[in-house]
Design a protein around this ligand. Structure first.
Ligand SMILES: *[C@@H]1O[C@H](CO)[C@@H](O)[C@H](O)[C@H]1NC(C)=O
Ligand SMILES: *[C@@H]1O[C@H](CO)[C@@H](O)[C@H](O)[C@H]1NC(C)=O
Ligand SMILES: *[C@@H]1O[C@H](CO)[C@@H](O)[C@H](O)[C@H]1NC(C)=O
Length: 493
């Protein structure tokens, strides 16, 4: 009898925890996360592997670990991993699984935010520009063309994450679905439900899925969904209590989470570098931790928008993000610890044991001396090298997307149709220059047209002169209603 009871008890235990001692769950009675059955709080920092050369990943992770963080939070940029439909890249600076291994080795848990939309001040918020090959596609909605591309991407990405979930022996503790969906105009619940079911299908029923939104009613209403844990984001200047009180109306139980506690802010071309003081940021962190909440600091290291990957905002006008994504984060763009990092570390040490030992030093710098630039010619001298396939000949100008050249520059050229002896306007009445056009006539530079800023310049020319318009794509909009940011050129004169 005794033996039988023991057997039943054991069976009961096994049944409750089918995967041994590893579990990461939400406890709605104690209002906390539970790791291996014990209440657990995370103090996490955002780091974007795609903004840091892979050789530095380990160094940055080590510095985050030594600050006392127990987790990191990452986005996964779809457009970076699927540059052409059906062509996937998980190598080099896109070696997501290698990055996850390094984080695990370092002793850091991971919160993954696979989008498909990620904002992140990244070109088109992480959505591939090739989605715009269907001109009227409704992004971030139940549009069948959009969903079919999303399904195909998630069927590749999510199975790679599954074995790395905490419950399956890995270090991923939770997964975010979409990103601040409540601030998008569509407010399409079927879309969010579709994503929810797709994530469940590939990741299983026991992984913690969550959403993140700004702390307003409209955002939480459109962004949260039953079955997923709602979280908010806010910065040091916001009232943490007010933000969490609002969150409680949508997420009455479970742990409180600020998924993006802002350590600094992004920069725009032509603007000043954004900063936030170490005192203010560390004080705000203290307030959040004293409330027993979980927090992710956005960013902990910002890094760099290499190549043409930066995005843009649209607030009354087009505002492209700079190449630097330093963010005034606790680790600089170069990966060096700052006064802010040490201020945060001393706050963290009141709540968690901070690892013993020295902080790894700043990355060594090298003086390359003066770099002299020498002009070797004009762009038009190198057209057969830059465009070996020859020009695309069309009756009307086509978009970058139509030309399947999604980034960088495109040269539009035509002949001046008749004599223009007097100053005559070359204008862009539909504000179609996306985003900056350098104009030359017969090889001489004549001026610049710029989206939202310069809509008209005066030119002269002779019949038959080359009129060259070199258009620069300065980054696709990553936030708000205008994410269908076709790089159109439509100039008339
Ligand atoms: C994660 O790291 C631990 C040691 O810290 C190791 O035992 C485990 O095998 C690692 N897991 C993976 C998926 O690499
Ligand atoms: C940048 O900062 C300077 C000095 O504080 C100020 O005068 C200037 O207006 C700022 N520029 C912009 C674009 O905000
Ligand atoms: C272009 O020329 C017209 C008339 O010659 C003049 O009124 C106008 O100010 C000029 N515009 C620019 C942008 O130079």
């Amino acid at each position: 009898m005794g033996a039988r009871l023991l057997y039943l008890l054991l069976l009961g235990l096994l049944y409750e925890q089918p995967r041994g001692d590893r579990s990461f769950t939400i406890d709605d009675d104690q209002n906390c996360f539970k790791k291996d059955g014990v209440c657990f709080h995370y103090i996490s920092g955002s780091i974007h592997y795609f903004r840091i050369p892979a050789i530095y990943w380990k160094d940055r992770l080590m510095k985050m670990y030594m600050t006392g963080l127990n987790a990191i939070q990452i986005y996964v940029p779809w457009n970076f991993h699927e540059p052409e439909p059906g062509m996937f890249n998980f190598e080099g600076d896109g070696a997501l699984e290698h990055f996850l291994d390094l984080a695990n080795e370092t002793g850091l848990l991971v919160i993954v935010r696979p989008g498909p939309y990620i904002c992140s001040e990244w070109d088109m918020g992480g959505l591939p520009a090739w989605l715009l090959n269907k001109k009227d596609i409704v992004l971030r909605s139940s549009d069948p063309d959009y969903l079919s591309a999303v399904n195909s991407w998630l069927s590749v990405l999510l199975p790679r994450l599954r074995p790395r979930l905490y419950n399956n022996g890995g270090n991923i503790i939770s997964v975010q679905v979409e990103n601040e969906y409540g601030s998008y105009h569509a407010c399409d619940y079927s879309y969010m439900r579709h994503l929810f079911h797709t994530f469940r299908l590939y990741l299983g029923d026991d992984v913690v899925l969550f959403t993140t939104d700004g702390n307003t009613d409209r955002e939480l209403k459109c962004g949260s969904l039953q079955g997923m844990h709602a979280t908010v984001d806010f910065g040091p200047a916001d009232d943490a209590k007010k933000a969490f009180d609002l969150l409680r109306r949508y997420q009455p139980t479970g742990p409180l989470v600020n998924s993006e506690y802002y350590t600094g802010w992004l920069d725009y071309w032509g603007g000043n570098h954004s900063t936030a003081s170490p005192q203010m940021v560390s004080h705000g962190l203290q307030t959040i931790l004293e409330m027993g909440a979980n927090v992710n600091m956005y960013m902990f290291e910002g890094g760099t928008n290499f190549g043409y990957w930066n995005g843009a905002d649209y607030k009354e006008q087009y505002k492209p993000i700079t190449t630097s994504y330093d963010y005034d984060a606790p680790l600089t763009e170069a990966g060096d610890p700052t006064e802010k990092l040490f201020a945060l570390r001393s706050v963290i040490s009141q709540f968690l044991p901070v690892p013993e030992g020295p902080m790894p030093p700043p990355t060594p710098k090298y003086d390359y001396g003066v770099v002299k630039l020498q002009k070797v010619g004009d762009i038009t001298d190198f057209l057969d090298i830059l465009c070996p396939g020859g020009p695309i000949v069309t009756r009307y100008p086509i978009t970058f997307e139509d030309a399947k050249q999604y980034f960088g520059f495109m040269l539009y050229r035509t002949r001046v149709p008749w004599e223009i002896p007097d100053m005559t306007s070359l204008s862009d009445p539909f504000n179609g220059v996306r985003d900056r056009a350098y104009i030359t006539i017969d090889g001489s530079f004549t001026g610049v047209l710029e989206r939202d800023h310069v809509r008209m310049i005066n030119v002269t020319g002779s019949a038959g002169d080359w009129l060259d318009i070199l258009v620069e794509n300065m980054g696709r909009i990553n936030f708000g209603s205008f994410v269908n940011d076709l790089k159109v050129k439509c100039i008339t004169h």
